[in-house]
Design a protein around this ligand. Structure first.
Ligand SMILES: CC(C)(COP(=O)(O)OP(=O)(O)OC[C@H]1O[C@@H](n2cnc3c(N)ncnc32)[C@H](O)[C@@H]1OP(=O)(O)O)[C@@H](O)C(=O)NCCC(=O)NCCS
Length: 135
């Protein structure tokens, strides 16, 4: 699992009890997962279709640095399933786990479109392949 994005918990991210507001965290997760899906499927028209049970395991407080981890677990025809973990950057204490976030790749008419992908790819490898074929 890659933990690309770090967030610094600020006053505007807190709930009434002074800990990280779940809604703020879910917004960050949905954006991070969307970016992950867009990069993997090479299609900017990816939408969230389904999010499984969300397990909030521990809380974060103002000043904590947290990191968002994503990993593709299943490539369907038009869909991509991602698993997610959020943890504290400095202690690796788990804050939240989501087993499945499903994105669907769409065509220009908003209909599910086959993405043709079957495994995790890295942008650096794609660029290297393109450079090789141009040489
Ligand atoms: C995404 C959308 C176009 C899919 O339409 P649909 O009629 O459900 O499409 P399909 O039944 O052909 O399913 C498309 C894919 O999603 C998967 N899927 C559909 N419902 C699912 C569910 N409940 N859980 C997991 N996967 C699901 C299907 O298995 C299929 O995957 P595959 O092509 O890899 O086999 C439509 O549901 C939609 O527009 N939803 C709103 C999306 C949105 O606005 N998201 C932002 C949230 S605010």
């Amino acid at each position: 699992m890659n933990f690309h994005t770090r967030k610094w918990v600020k006053p505007e991210d807190l709930n009434a009890h002074g800990t990280l507001f779940g809604g703020s965290l879910l917004r960050w997760i949905d954006e991070e997962a969307a970016i992950y899906a867009i990069v993997q499927l090479e299609n900017p028209r990816c939408v969230t279709k389904y999010i499984s049970e969300i397990n909030f395991m521990s809380s974060a407080k103002q000043g904590d640095i947290i990191e968002l981890g994503m990993k593709a677990t299943h490539f369907g025809k038009s869909s991509l399933t991602i698993t997610c973990e959020v943890r504290k950057k400095l202690t690796h204490e788990t804050i939240l786990k989501i087993d499945k976030i499903v994105f669907v790749s769409l065509d220009e008419n908003g209909k599910p479109a086959p993405h043709g992908k079957t495994q995790i790819e890295y942008v650096s490898d794609r660029l290297a392949d393109r450079n090789e074929s141009e040489e």
